[in-house]
Design a protein around this ligand. Structure first.
Ligand SMILES: [Zn+2]
Ligand SMILES: [Zn+2]
Length: 357
């Protein structure tokens, strides 16, 4: 049985993509659209308190995702959402009206084989808010019960919103790395930006490894030290392989988390990874060009990482609730989305930008 919880055809504001463009000053338009309606028993309607703006939003506007996923335009962007439950379908029991939640970006089916194995990011029937279906740069977001996680008291939805994608991506990689880190090991974090600073805190919270942070910016290295890095390195003035060799007594880094993913950083792996270690690729854009023999000699691996799954977002919320992971955000209104896109393009955003519709 389907139910309509709210009055039909209430108008709302939404920042929508009508056509792909490289002109970020004009990427999205602020449209008046019908508020989404509950049409299935597992639906959850969210009043959006915060929706993180992500580099991926710029890439979506440029059309970079068009060949990878179905993207019906016009579409409301925004995949890092948190807010307050406004209405629920009649079979929803996890949350009720008034609850504050963070939304995993993927609405999964729960019945396909990957879902049943707990690998929800591989769901065969998924809908990705803000990427394949309307997202949270709007007053109201439609999602489902399988995507929402109730927030602990005292956690502000607008502050935590970017963890819905940026945070769990960093956490997902850090959790894999931590599983292979023992006390005395060294973990290297390359790039202490929006994702890297979260990944570093996750490693610090979950392992006893020594952490080496690598970044070209002094402010980023200072931030890394504040957040728990034991050593910081500047690749512009220091030779990273020889520095890591001396910091690890010649053994190399057991785990490397590469939040940059450029040719210059993937090329470090043969020289800085310990035998049996991993070089995790989280940032992307570059290529990997290493001789097969380098991987045979050191038996290290390049390890790919996608967005973390629902249960990993629960785990990250627990770390945030304990005060182990801080996120630096700056808030903007819904009418400032194109300005935010331009600022991100020019590297002018401090921390993560959050749209507050
Ligand atoms: Zn994102
Ligand atoms: Zn599924």
């Amino acid at each position: 049985m389907f139910i309509i919880v709210r009055d039909e055809f209430v108008a709302m504001q939404a920042a929508r993509l009508h056509e792909y463009t490289h002109d970020m000053s004009n990427g999205l338009s602020l449209d008046e659209v019908d508020q989404p309606q509950i049409t299935a028993s597992d639906h959850v309607l969210i009043d959006v308190d915060g929706a993180g703006w992500c580099q991926t939003d710029n890439h979506i506007i440029e059309g970079m995702w068009e060949e990878y996923v179905p993207q019906p335009l016009p579409m409301t962007l925004g995949h890092e959402n948190a807010g307050t439950v406004a209405a629920v379908g009649d079979e929803v029991t996890l949350v009720s009206e008034g609850d504050q939640v963070i939304c995993h970006p993927v609405r999964t089916c729960g019945t396909c084989r990957p879902c049943r194995m707990g690998e929800t990011m591989y769901c065969e029937n998924d809908q990705f808010s803000g990427l394949t279906t309307d997202g949270g740069f709007a007053e109201t977001l439609l999602t489902n019960e399988r995507a929402v996680i109730p927030l602990p008291d005292g956690v502000d939805p607008a502050e935590i919103a970017p963890h819905a994608d940026a945070g769990i991506t960093a956490y997902h990689a850090a959790k894999k790395a931590v599983g292979d880190l023992v006390p005395g090991d060294t973990a290297v974090v390359i790039g202490v930006g929006g994702l890297g600073h979260i990944g570093l805190q996750c490693i610090d919270a979950m392992s006893a490894a020594d952490i080496v942070a690598v970044d070209i910016k002094q402010e980023a290295r200072d931030l890394a030290s504040d957040l728990g890095a034991h050593h910081t390195l500047d690749p512009e003035s220091q030779d990273i392989p020889s520095e890591i060799e001396s910091l690890t007594d010649g053994g190399g880094a057991a785990q490397v988390l590469d939040f940059v993913g450029a040719d210059a950083t993937t090329a470090l792996a043969p020289e800085i990874c310990a035998a049996g270690g991993d070089h995790h690729i989280i940032g992307y854009g570059g290529h990997i060009h290493e001789p097969a023999q380098a991987l045979v000699n050191g038996e290290f691996a390049y390890q790919g990482n996608i967005v973390g799954k629902y249960t990993e977002l629960q785990e990250l919320v627990a770390l945030v609730d304990r005060g182990d992971v801080d996120l630096h955000t700056t808030q903007f209104g819904l009418d400032e989305v194109n300005h935010v896109a331009e600022m991100l393009e020019d590297n002018e955003i401090e921390g993560r930008a959050v749209i507050t519709p």
